[in-house]
Design a protein around this ligand. Structure first.
Ligand SMILES: Cc1cc2nc3c(=O)[nH]c(=O)nc-3n(C[C@H](O)[C@H](O)[C@H](O)COP(=O)(O)OP(=O)(O)OC[C@H]3O[C@@H](n4cnc5c(N)ncnc54)[C@H](O)[C@@H]3O)c2cc1C
Length: 439
C-alpha cells in the first residue's frame, strides 16, 4: 500500500517510525519519510515514467480515471518511435498490440490530386486501448525494491503542505514527495502551475473508429484549414479523423467536412463510433517560452504541449519526455528535465511550428505549397523517399531544406510538366527549397 491518507488529511508530516512497513516511503534513522512520486495520468507518458522510476528504485503511485482506454487518436507509431522503444516494435510485431504495419500511403491535395507510394519504413498503427494496456501492465510489473501502485481513481484536487503534495480523489487522499502531471491535453491542473493554454496553441479534432479493413494510410490536405483528414487502418477497424486549428472552423463544421469526405471515399459509418478531442499545436513563440517543471513538479507528454505542430505526432514525444523526466528525477536533479528537452526535443518542435503556417496555407508560384508538394511527390522518386522519411519521423526539419536543395535540381531537369517548368523558370533549387520551407 502507498502512503494513502485518511480523509482528515492531518498526516502531512509522518516520521519514519509511524509508517514502518508502509510501501512507497523511504528513509534513514530520524529522517522524514520520503513519499512516493505521484503521477496523474496513465497514458503513454505517465505509464512509461512510472515504469522507469520504479526500475530506478522510486516508489510511484499512478492515477488514471479510466486506466487503459481507446483514447481518441490515430494510433500511428513512427519508425523513429519504434526504433527508440524496441519493446513496442516487438509487441507490435508479435500482435500483442492488435497492430497493423502499413507501408502504403496516399496523399491527396486540396484540389483532389492523388499520389500513392510505398513508405520505406511502415507505420505501426495500433489501438490505444492495447497500447495503454501494455504500458500500464509494464508499469504494474516494474521494479524490484520499488513498485508502482496503479489506481483507477480521478484526481480532483491537488494541494501542498510544505514539501509534500496531497492528491485528493473521490476515494481518499494520498501524499507524495514529487508530482508528475501526465494528464494529457485536457490537463485539469495546468492553471495551478502555469498560464492557461491559448486557443491559438490548440487543434480540435473529430473522428470515427470505423469497423473494417484497409491497407492504405490516407492523408487529405484541405483548402483553408490548418490541418488534414487522416485514415489510419488498424487491425480490425480504421481511425479516420480531421484536425484543424482551434477557432478556425467550429468542430461541427470539421465533422461535416469529414463525414462528407468519408461518404465520397467509400467509408460507411454504420457501426462507427464518434470521437472528438483537443490536440496541442504550439506556436513557435509558445515553445520558446515553454515551462515544463517547477518546484516539486514536472509536466510530460501532451500536458506539456509536446506534439509536432505539423504532423500531430505526440506518442513519441510523450514517451521521450517521460524518459527524460524520469532520468532527471532519478539523478536527483529534476530541473535538468527542462534543459534536456530544450537540447534534444524542442529545437525540432520549434522549427516545425515555424514552418507549419507556411506549409498549410502558403503559396508558391501562385499555387498552394500543399498542391506543389503532392505534385512533386507524384513526379519524383527522391521526393517520395523524402516524404516516406518524414512519415517515418527520421527526416529532421532541420535538414529538410538541405535535402530538398540536393534533390530539386534533378527533379527540375527531369520531365516536369509544362506549367511547373514555366513557373519555375529562373528559380534556383535553393530558392525553391527556401520558398517551400520559409518560416
Ligand atoms: C484525434 C487525435 C489523433 C492523434 N493521432 C496520433 C497518431 O496517430 N500518432 C501520434 O503519435 N500521436 C497522435 N495523437 C497524439 C497522441 O494521442 C498524444 O500525443 C498522446 O496520447 C499523449 O500521451 P499522454 O500520455 O501525454 O496523454 P494521454 O494519452 O492523453 O493520457 C492522459 C491520461 O490522463 C488521464 N487523466 C486525465 N485527467 C485525470 C485526472 N484528473 N485523474 C486521473 N486521470 C486523469 C486520462 O484518463 C488519460 O488516460 C493524436 C491525438 C488526437 C487527439
Amino acid at each position: 500500500m502507498v502512503a494513502a491518507l485518511p480523509r482528515t488529511g492531518e498526516f502531512s508530516f509522518f516520521l519514519c517510525n509511524t509508517l514502518q512497513g508502509t510501501t512507497g516511503t523511504t528513509c534513514g534513522p530520524n529522517m522524514r519519510r520520503q513519499y512516493p512520486i505521484a503521477i496523474v495520468g496513465g497514458g503513454p507518458a505517465g505509464a512509461l515514467a512510472a515504469t522507469l522510476l520504479a526500475e530506478g528504485g522510486r516508489d510511484v503511485v499512478l492515477f488514471d480515471e479510466k486506466l487503459a482506454w481507446e483514447k481518441p487518436c490515430g494510433g500511428g507509431l513512427t519508425h523513429k518511435a519504434l526504433q527508440q522503444y524496441p519493446f513496442l516494435a516487438d509487441a507490435a510485431s508479435a500482435s500483442n498490440l492488435n497492430s497493423n504495419f502499413v507501408d502504403r500511403c496516399e496523399l491527396i491535395s486540396p484540389s483532389g490530386k492523388r499520389v500513392r507510394f510505398r513508405m520505406r519504413y511502415p507505420v505501426a498503427i495500433l489501438s490505444r486501448l492495447a497500447l495503454n494496456g501494455l504500458l500500464l501492465e509494464q508499469a504494474r510489473r516494474a521494479g524490484i525494491d520499488a513498485r508502482v501502485d496503479v489506481r483507477q481513481e480521478r484526481v480532483t484536487r491537488i494541494t501542498r503542505t510544505g514539501r509534500d503534495w496531497h492528491l485528493h480523489t473521490p476515494q481518499r487522499e494520498y501524499q507524495a514527495s514529487y508530482l508528475l502531471l501526465a494528464a494529457g491535453a485536457r490537463n485539469p491542473f495546468r492553471s495551478q502551475f502555469l498560464a492557461p493554454i491559448s486557443s491559438s496553441d490548440l487543434m480540435v479534432t473529430a473522428g470515427y473508429f470505423i469497423p473494417g479493413h484497409s491497407a492504405l494510410m490516407q492523408i487529405q490536405f484541405l483548402q483553408g484549414i490548418t490541418g488534414y483528414i487522416w485514415v489510419f487502418p488498424r487491425a480490425d477497424h480504421v481511425s479516420a479523423g480531421i484536425a484543424g486549428k482551434m477557432g478556425e472552423s467550429p468542430t461541427a463544421e470539421l465533422r461535416r467536412i469529414l463525414e462528407q469526405w468519408l461518404d465520397e471515399n467509400g467509408y460507411r459509418r454504420e457501426g462507427a463510433s464518434f470521437y472528438s478531442h483537443i490536440l496541442p499545436s504550439y506556436r513557435a513563440q509558445t515553445f520558446e517560452g515553454l515551462e515544463v517543471c517547477g518546484d516539486g513538479w514536472s509536466m510530460i507528454g501532451d500536458s506539456a504541449g509536446l506534439v509536432d505542430p505539423i504532423t500531430g505526432e505526440g506518442l513519441y514525444y510523450a514517451l521521450r519526455s517521460a524518459e527524460l523526466c524520469a532520468s532527471a528525477l532519478l539523478a536527483g536533479r529534476p530541473y535538468e528535465y527542462g534543459a534536456m528537452l530544450a537540447e534534444e526535443v524542442l529545437p525540432e518542435l520549434q522549427l516545425a511550428a515555424r514552418i507549419s503556417q507556411r506549409f498549410y496555407t502558403g503559396q508558391i508560384f501562385g499555387e498552394s505549397v500543399l498542391e506543389r508538394m503532392v505534385a512533386l511527390t507524384a513526379q519524383s522518386a527522391s521526393i517520395r523517399d523524402l516524404m516516406s522519411d518524414l512519415f517515418a519521423g527520421i527526416q529532421d526539419y532541420r535538414d529538410l531544406r538541405a535535402r530538398l536543395c540536393r534533390i530539386l535540381p534533378s527533379v527540375m531537369v527531369r520531365g516536369l510538366t509544362g506549367s511547373l517548368r514555366r513557373s519555375w523558370r529562373g528559380s534556383s533549387a535553393s530558392e525553391l527549397a527556401t520558398d517551400l520551407l520559409s518560416e
